[in-house]
Design a protein around this ligand. Sequence first.
Ligand code: FAD
Length: 347
Amino acid sequence: MKSYDLIIIGGGQAGLSVAYFLRRSGLDYLILDDQKESGGAWLHYWDSLKLFSPTDYSSLSGWQMPDTDHEYPLRDEFIAYLKAYEARYEFPVQRNTKVVQVTKQTDLFKMETNQGTLYAKTVVSATGTAKNPYLPHYPNQKAYQGVQLHTADYRNADAFRDQKVMVIGGGNSGAQILAEVSKVADTTWVTLDPPRFLPEDIDGRYLFHQANASFFDETTDSFNRRVSLSDIVLVESVVDGIERDVYHAVRPFASFYKDGVVWDNGKKEAFDAVIWCTGFKPNLKHLKTLDVVEDHRIGTKGTRSLKEPRLWLVGYGYWTGFASGTIYGVGKTARDTAREIKAYFKK
Ligand code: FAD
């Protein structure tokens, strides 16, 4: 029975980043990814998506993303870069392989996949969040007969032409999708709090530059400064939306009814469709059997599981390291992870 030193589950930017720091380690490792091509979750985001991170903050360790003639890369440009990154370093990626569950068998991890069973001494899970869209609960939601769609399934605005559409969510996804849909439909924007647009003089580069750990308060899990990584970046579509005056956010409604929503004052309003731009939770289903997942997270020190010290979690969000769910931020946590894995095998 062959067993690897390490299996990395997930071949998106987080998995590849760990592999980058293992290049000269001599470890026998494999990356398993359930998609048919490289690109991670980016393959599934909507067609017109512009990254909110400028080109020089959209690069992985070791190799800068080639310059584009615009400041914020397009989704397809970033996918092409990820593909080239993977080819450049010849990472061992086995595609079309979904890890269904991980269990422990003596001192090995056993990975059951749609391509058979694999074993490894250590595991890095880097499965992202895209496969676990988050939808908040509103009363009577099931009664609503219109279309409901999450960002995860949104492609473009074609299906919404001449309709009345509610967009829910005050982050970059909500703002970009609202800009696009409002060109062809009558839109209403619902956000929990008044949305925060980055000031005009602060672009995505400055945001990332400012977004370093010294501004992050780990005790409150939030930023203690005037900009945050979830503020809306003024990419072209958002600037266009501002110029067309489409951003009038209102606070949430009380409940759904069959044709739409009921506002707090009892007034009913019909909508053809609701687009949920309400984010994602970590995709940790395959680790449930290890009994380490609690409330969409795993207890870690850095990226290392506290309960399973031969398991590391990379990407996902702040709980695995500052900004580790972003392209710019994942490098540092990937480097530390690789360092710990190498040290484990040196013992
Ligand atoms: P993923 O890209 O999701 O990669 C995980 C891989 O693992 C995928 O290929 C997945 O199919 C695979 N996988 C999952 N489960 C299994 C399994 N059980 N077995 C095998 N394979 C599995 N960040 C920025 O820095 N700049 C931006 O501009 C930016 N824009 C964003 C826009 C949107 C709409 C969203 C949602 C996020 C954005 N992010 C941005 C955040 C982040 O960079 C992306 O979410 C990124 O895709 C995270 O990379 P990842 O490698 O952690 O996860």
